[in-house]
Design a protein around this ligand. Structure first.
Ligand SMILES: [Zn+2]
Length: 101
């Protein structure tokens, strides 16, 4: 077994690491405010290679930014959306359903 080289202090070196397939095992389901069940998956920054539009805030999610991808189990994975992690977590309180009363 070859010994591992010490990791360089250069922060950009981490982008050369092999992305681990951990994102695939992070999938879980959550009940949405509309009663639908959603599959929710965390995308680590190392696997976020494209720019997406977040439906929560209508801003772009830039490459290498860890975020959430979610889709309704009734709609299927083809209907998935990419969300900022904070927008996904905050969507209950941002006007989609209001429970003030
Ligand atoms: Zn957002």
């Amino acid at each position: 077994m070859p010994r591992r080289k010490p990791r360089p202090a250069n922060a950009s070196a981490r982008f050369h690491e092999e992305p681990r397939p951990l994102g695939d095992v992070f999938g879980r389901t959550e009940q949405g405010p509309d009663g639908d069940e959603y599959v929710v998956r965390s995308i680590p920054g190392s696997r976020a290679l494209k720019t997406y539009r977040c439906p929560g805030c209508d801003h772009e999610i830039m490459p290498h930014v860890a975020h959430i991808v979610a889709w309704s189990t009734s709609g299927g994975e083809e209907d998935r959306r990419h969300w900022h992690t904070g927008c996904w977590k905050g969507r209950h309180t941002r006007g989609i359903t209001r429970r003030w009363s």
